[in-house]
Design a protein around this ligand. Sequence first.
Ligand SMILES: Cc1cc2nc3c(=O)[nH]c(=O)nc-3n(C[C@H](O)[C@H](O)[C@H](O)COP(=O)(O)O)c2cc1C
Length: 182
Amino acid sequence: MGTPETLKSVLASFCTGVAVITACEGDGRPVGMAVQSFSSVSLDPPLVCFCPARTSTTWPSIRAVGAFAVNILAADQQELCRGFAVTGGDKFAGVPWRAGGNGAPLLDGVLASIECDLEDVLDGGDHEIALGRVTALTAHRAGEPPLLYFRRSYGRLPRSPRLAASASMSSSMAAARSRSEA
Ligand SMILES: Cc1cc2nc3c(=O)[nH]c(=O)nc-3n(C[C@H](O)[C@H](O)[C@H](O)COP(=O)(O)O)c2cc1C
């Protein structure tokens, strides 16, 4: 099958977005970690997942709280991402955020915020698989590109007419929704 290095380097061919998983501990201390292993799992019930390493020092706090937020990063949030990919220190210093309905920090400037209750934790070898049940979600900054991670480097999609079109489609869908709700 090859060495762990081969496994890592071949799997790095899969391009992903990046999210910061956040939670607020009982004493009000915010915690967070950057992940690329976020994925949607199920629409009904609404489930998402991410895979925290067993070595993560932040994951045990998120697990103990039992509720978290997934903050989907925008292309201009690379520095923010780096700050959440280190162990220790005050990762929230200078980072604007507000508490979501479940108390988890929702970071300013992200493309989407997804609040979850921790539904289950499954064995994933040297990682675990955290399954979250979505309790609230909001998309922000329609038409802005996401932060990408590919072959251990950050990247972004080129600004394209298609992104602009999807922004105008989201705003017309939002307008149609608010008309039908009125
Ligand atoms: C782009 C990127 C993606 C990452 N994805 C994951 C991931 O899916 N799972 C994970 O456990 N760590 C991942 N990490 C590493 C964690 O962010 C980092 O090890 C962790 O936050 C260290 O802090 P902690 O000890 O406070 O958990 C990723 C780092 C980067 C830069």
